[in-house]
Design a protein. Structure first.
Length: 471
């Protein structure tokens, strides 16, 4: 244990907790430590990932081209219609603009793009340099909005002003200006908005079908396969169902305050959480017909997938996993889903979890599990090795860590192309975990620790062993 301890920077030691081995007093929700290569993204990126799936809006990044390239086509968020969201526009600010200001450039870019693409609305993202030079983005947006008669919304997402979580809030603030501006005709009392699902690989469509089978009307989806007109009339829905609470909680609270719409938190990952989400939504409407439909849906779906899940469970029983996610809510579901498959979570963490989130994770996990907030690649590698994990679940930045260490990897982030939500998503998840963890290729990787070695306190192996070349 001490070997791994020595790899944690002094300023980060209170962001790591080992269940059962020390009192729980975990620090989180703070800026990343200088010198620690955080896996987190910036404020701007936080806004961009939330708003990106609104497919009929123009997304213009006011800043250097690098910010735009960094977030270009950032999610596997599918659209059933327009594809405007997949283009990345930037004002490409240069040295001259930094000296003389970028407002004129922003104005001309907006006018030209709106004329060419005829979007339903435009989002203008302020990046770091815009915050430094002090362009009046609000004034330019207001002017273009009046001239072009579409909503032109500034997103105050200057990268340096906080964490990725502040970017979520900036995105919610921008969307909040749209909500309440549309006609709510045709929206019935059995209605809801889906919040915090980004239609990765078509997941929003799957969830929408479940709600429709329950007899419910989905008014708007924030923001998977999102449409500006739907967002404008979303205040007519009876309930907001919030997944990924970190990204949408500000808007849900705002809509509760302004329109009295209650919200509930759910997760659509794993059998337990998916079923709980549907039952909680059904209970909200106090309607026996909806409850009956929900029970039938859950029964049918679960009985259909259990035989296949049991086959994977037999193969995976006793394996160990490390889970590192953006928000902590997904981590809860992953710990439960892995348990369904017989896999123990030995390391778990997130980029943006709160103290309550980590407390819940601690209660959910077994003794000895390492909890980590806002980690970096060196720490993550060491924890994975110390615990003898067979699998790392994360996103694009964690993938190379897993492969260099020679262990299975499952992409559970927004770049993936496969449905992992809902009941069919659980089967895909099990299949992916099995294919990766049980692949024979790992036998060719030198330096892998066995489970029995991991349970002792053997010295940590060489960091990042290089896989042997196979011809
Ligand atoms: S930190 Fe600043 S410069 Fe870097 S991508 Fe984010 S907004 Fe752009």
């Amino acid at each position: 244990m001490e070997t791994a301890r020595h790899n944690i920077l002094e300023g980060r030691k209170d962001q790591v907790h080992r269940k059962g081995q020390e009192p729980f007093n975990m620090a989180c929700e703070k800026h990343s430590l200088a010198g620690s290569v955080s896996q987190r993204a910036c404020v701007f990126c936080g806004s961009r990932v939330v708003l990106y799936p609104i497919a009929d809006a123009l997304h213009l990044i006011h800043g250097p081209a690098g910010c735009a390239a960094y977030t270009w086509d950032i999610r596997g968020a599918l659209s059933s219609g327009p594809q405007l969201h997949r283009l990345s526009f930037t004002t490409d600010l240069r040295e001259r603009d930094v000296i003389f200001g970028g407002e004129k450039k922003l104005y001309h870019a907006l006018v030209e793009l709106i004329d060419q693409f005829q979007p339903k609305a435009a989002f203008v993202y302020a990046t770091c340099i815009v915050g430094v030079i002090g362009d009046d983005v609000d004034a330019v947006c207001k002017r273009v909005q009046e001239e072009k008669s579409i909503p032109v919304l500034p997103v105050h997402s200057e990268g340096f002003k906080g964490t990725k979580k502040d970017g979520y809030k900036a995105a919610c603030d921008a969307m909040g200006r749209l909500v309440g501006t549309g006609d709510t005709a045709g929206i019935g009392p059995r209605s809801l908005n889906i919040m915090g699902d980004f239609n990765i690989a078509g997941e929003t469509w799957l969830i929408k079908r479940y709600y429709e089978r329950m007899g419910l009307q989905v008014v708007a989806s924030f923001t998977g396969d999102g449409r500006i007109d739907d967002l404008r009339r979303a205040h007519g829905a009876a309930l907001n169902v919030v997944q990924c609470s970190g990204s949408m909680i500000h808007l849900a609270k705002d809509m509760k305050e302004r329109y009295g719409i209650p919200f509930i938190h759910v997760s659509y990952f794993g059998i337990e959480d998916m079923s709980r989400a549907l039952y909680e939504v059904a209970e909200f409407f106090h309607d026996q017909d909806i409850v009956d439909r929900t029970q039938k849906l859950v029964r049918d779906e679960v009985s259909q997938i259990m035989p296949e899940l049991n086959r994977y469970r037999e193969k995976l029983m006793g394996k160990r996993a490390c889970v590192y996610t953006g928000g902590a809510f997904k981590a809860f579901s992953l710990v439960r889903s892995l348990r369904t498959l017989g896999v123990q979570t030995v390391v778990v963490g997130s980029q943006t979890g709160s103290k309550d989130d980590y407390d819940l994770l601690r209660k959910l996990c077994d003794e000895g599990t390492i909890l980590v907030d806002d980690t970096n690649p060196v720490e993550l590698s060491r924890f994975v090795q110390e615990k003898g994990a067979d699998l790392l679940i994360g996103g694009v930045k964690e993938r190379p860590i897993a492969y260099k260490l020679g262990l299975g990897f499952c992409d559970h982030n927004h770049e993936r192309k496969q449905v992992l939500a809902g009941y069919e998503g659980m089967v895909n998840f099990a299949r992916e975990v099995y294919s990766s963890v049980c692949s024979p290729v790992w036998k060719l990787v030198p330096g892998r620790r066995t489970e029995s070695e991991a349970s002792g306190e053997a010295a940590a192996p060489t960091l990042l062993p290089v896989a042997r070349k196979v011809s």
